[in-house]
Design a protein around this ligand. Sequence first.
Ligand SMILES: [Zn+2]
Length: 88
Amino acid sequence: MANLGIEINRKCPIRFKVFIIKTLDSVYCSPKCSKVVNKRKKNKEKKEALFVTYAQNVPGIREYLTARQVVAIYGIERSTLYYTVWLS
Ligand SMILES: [Zn+2]
């Protein structure tokens, strides 16, 4: 790890805490924050994989779609769906 010779402050996107960066690539204030980001990323990937599986199992012929099916098939957030329904 090279010493930059100057102090550069950056705000951690997780805890919103200002910290002095150790390298120019530093984004998070601590390893704990990095873990939080990795965990969120993994959970998101898991959720998306689950949606893909769910969307593939929706029958081809149907009279209506449930909210869960719409979210899985069209890849939108549930809140967007409800907001769109509310607008129409
Ligand atoms: Zn942090």
